[in-house]
Design a protein around this ligand. Structure first.
Ligand code: IPE
Ligand code: IPE
Ligand code: MG
Length: 247
């Protein structure tokens, strides 16, 4: 069973049986830049372009959901310059996305605590979400100031508040009720989670939702990640045997 990619053969994808939901940890921007003697922010710039390419391609091949990890609850630990540069790129990306929405027709959602973002960015996220609501086809979930543990804690608090207010009852709590309190409510769990950059960890991504996700790791750095790398990941996924605890 391939845990890492095997580049020796071309990707053979069965397009009639695609995973419904693919999630990607967009990692490796800094190392991509360092290898070229460029500032880390240059890597984030190229990474944003890669995201655009992959999101468009996901829609083209017919994926229903694509979730991408863009900024974690832990990424605030980085230098102020780097955080500011990432937020600046995000603003640029959203403005362009809004401008091209009629062409791309991708439905965009945001997972994460947006309240820590600047009011301007929050407004842009809200606007993107509103305008793209009517599109059908591919839904792209951008995980921003997202942390799996944070998401679970928020859900627990919100559920507790509903109990206190009489809107929910402790005896009714089950997995499906709890899932309804997560950012990902109404989105099926990811079938496939891809992590480029050579790191083999989740870094707090979709902790609840990934219980039975298939993982695919590759050494490719995110700015270099191509459509073919996506196909390769899907091809490997399609060879896996998913048992969900059964036989
Ligand atoms: C991912 O690339 C982008 C973010 C986490 C925002 P990194 O910036 O983590 O790149 P590396 O891991 O340092 O190469
Ligand atoms: C995960 O990458 C977060 C994103 C890609 C947004 P990190 O670079 O933050 O993860 P670690 O620090 O290597 O675990
Ligand atoms: Mg990283």
């Amino acid at each position: 069973m391939a845990l890492f990619s095997n580049k020796s053969r071309p990707a053979q994808v069965d397009f009639d049986h695609l995973p419904r939901h693919v999630a990607i940890i967009m990692d490796g921007n800094g190392r991509w830049a360092r290898k070229r003697g460029l500032p880390r922010t240059a890597g984030h710039g190229v990474g944003a372009e890669t995201f655009r390419t992959i999101a468009t391609y996901a829609k083209e091949i017919g994926l229903e959901y694509l979730s991408v990890y863009a900024f974690s609850t832990e990424n605030w630990k980085r230098s102020q310059d780097e955080v500011q540069a990432i937020m600046g790129l995000l603003k640029k990306y959203l403005l362009e996305a809004i401008g091209q929405m009629e062409r791309d027709r991708v439905k965009m959602e945001f997972f994460g605590d947006l309240s820590r973002l600047s009011p301007e960015l929050q407004e842009l996220c809200q606007r993107t979400r509103e305008i793209s609501k009517r599109y059908e086809g591919c839904q792209v979930n951008i995980c921003l100031n997202y942390g799996g543990r944070d998401e679970i804690l928020r859900a627990a608090r919100a559920w507790q508040e509903d109990c206190a207010a009489g809107r929910a009852r402790p005896e009714d709590l089950d997995e499906s009720v709890f899932s309804g309190y997560l950012f990902s409510k109404s989105v099926p769990d990811p079938d496939l989670i891809i992590r480029p950059s050579g790191e083999v960890r989740t870094s707090n991504f979709l902790l609840w939702q990934s219980a039975y996700s298939e993982y695919y790791f590759t050494d490719v750095l995110w700015p270099d990640f191509s459509k073919n790398d996506l196909l390769e990941a899907i091809a490997v996924y399609q060879k896996r045997s998913r048992r969900f605890g059964g036989v």
